[in-house]
Design a protein around this ligand. Structure first.
Ligand code: CAP
Ligand code: MG
Length: 442
């Protein structure tokens, strides 16, 4: 037991200048909850497994403090002095403390960060989003239109050659879709070199803009092996594409938080799209070690992503609990929003928009839009558009029609009777997607 790190009853919010974390914690062999909690507080702040002789009065003032526990639920509340964090607004540094070594400690059998809270004075030191979905909607000319941004992901996930890739983008935009994204592994592959893809997409975007009179957006994955290459790819996009017509996608967990913040700081006026591939290892309900979707989403906003995948509220293909995803979406968007334990006031930090993706199709737009409680999100349907029986363009039209029906509060099945592409989608997805059945009937 490291008593130095225990201060039950202490009020860190009144004291000010503490970031708070609630952990679910199962002690290791021979440890009780308070004991294990003190070890976690030590390891995730100033200490080690032994009381060190080199500690000073000042260093002890930087100790993380266990200020509350709930034995029955295996919960511990730990307060972190904000001065221990890198003062360069560095998200990676915070995570290295609170979800770093503690995951590997023998003193704990399970540990999961369930929620966190940032004090107002701390928020000022982090970038937060600069470009928002509001800017994107303005560019798309839909800022007055109470609806989400309608998007797709190029599928197959990988393997299309340059012109094939650009053609799928064109067909989705021609069908009325707003937004296309690279799939998360699409980068600079031999069969679809990055610069060639950008040039081909730029041409197709120009063509569809002439044909439809509408602006469109493309989210290019600039994740790369190093920042110099990330920068090169970003510069290629900026060379060929009109400002506003592109977003930068970063695979935030596999490329890393520094990649996310580098993109945010180098190109603040470009929509920064945080794809969270790999998050399941930390966030899945059944994982005893990790952090929640809410915690991940809070750090995405702190780091300055303009939009982040936050799940489909249990309506799509990915595992995930509906309430969690809805909470995460509002933690991303709202000025004040509740996580599982804390209410976070983001002050004047701009909103980050939820990006809903994963097994969605036009039939699922309404149930998702109804449950998420905002129109400020981007929906990206990959399989749910490119598997439409009449192809991508009709798949996009079905998505647009599903959105029109939803906006006008017309029953989708009614609307489908006079909108063939949606009609086909309803029939097809009801047949081929198990979880769509229960929505197709309504
Ligand atoms: C969805 C997707 C997304 C995941 C991400 C995929 O494709 O492109 O990357 O949904 O999950 O590769 O599976 P579909 P999340 O539309 O074809 O399902 O948004 O939960 O991070
Ligand atoms: Mg994907």
């Amino acid at each position: 037991m490291q008593k130095e790190y225990l201060k039950l009853g202490f009020d860190p919010i009144a004291a000010g200048n503490y970031m708070l974390v609630v952990f679910h914690l199962v002690p290791g062999e021979g440890r009780d909850l308070l004991d294990a909690a003190s070890e976690v507080a030590a390891e995730s702040s100033t200490g080690s497994n032994l009381t060190i002789g080199t500690a000073t009065e000042f260093s002890k003032s930087m100790d993380a403090l266990v200020y509350k526990i709930d034995e029955a639920k295996n919960l511990v509340w730990i307060a972190y002095p904000v001065d221990i964090f890198d003062r360069g607004g560095n998200v990676q540094n915070i995570l290295t403390y609170i979800v770093g070594n503690v995951f590997g400690m023998a003193d704990v059998k399970a540990i999961k960060a369930l929620d966190c809270w940032f004090p107002p004075e701390m928020l000022k030191n982090y970038d937060g989003p600069y470009t928002t979905i509001g800017d994107m909607k303005k560019y798309l000319g839909i800022d007055g239109d109470a609806r989400p941004v309608l998007g797709t992901i190029i599928k197959p996930k990988i393997g299309l050659k340059t012109d094939e890739f650009a053609d799928v983008c064109y067909r989705f935009w021609k069908g009325g879709g707003d937004f296309v994204k690279f799939d998360e592994p699409q980068a600079d592959q031999v069969f679809c070199p990055f610069e060639d893809a950008v040039k081909a997409i730029a041409k197709k975007m120009e063509q569809v803009r002439k044909e439809t009179g509408k602006n469109k957006v493309m989210s290019f994955n600039i994740s790369a092996a190093d920042f110099m290459t990330m920068q090169k790819r970003a510069e290629i996009v900026m060379k060929y594409m009109e400002k506003g017509s592109y977003a930068f996608l970063v695979d935030g967990l596999t490329a890393g938080w520094t990649a996310v913040q580098t993109a945010r700081r180098m190109w603040p006026d470009v929509f920064l799209h945080f794809h969270r591939a790999g998050h399941g290892a930390m966030t899945r309900e059944e994982n005893p070690i990790g952090y929640t979707v809410e915690v991940l989403t809070k750090f995405g906003r702190l780091a300055g992503a303009s939009g982040m995948h936050t799940g489909t509220a249990g309506i799509g293909k990915m595992a995930g609990d509906g309430d969690t995803d809805v909470r995460a979406a509002h933690l991303a968007l709202d000025k004040v929003a509740s996580g599982p334990f804390f209410e976070q006031d983001w002050g004047d930090m701009k909103p980050m928009c939820p990006i809903a993706s994963g097994g969605l199709n036009p039939v699922l737009l309404k149930p998702f839009a109804d449950v998420i409680g905002t129109v400020d999100f981007i929906t990206t349907m990959g399989g749910g558009v490119h598997s439409h029986p009449s192809g991508t363009e009709k798949g996009a039209m079905a998505l647009v029609q599903a959105c029109e029906a939803w906006k006008q509060k017309i029953d989708m099945n009614e609307y489908a009777k006079t909108h063939a592409e949606l009609g086909q989608a309803v029939e097809f997805y009801k047949e081929h997607v198990e979880y769509t059945k229960k929505y197709a009937g309504k």
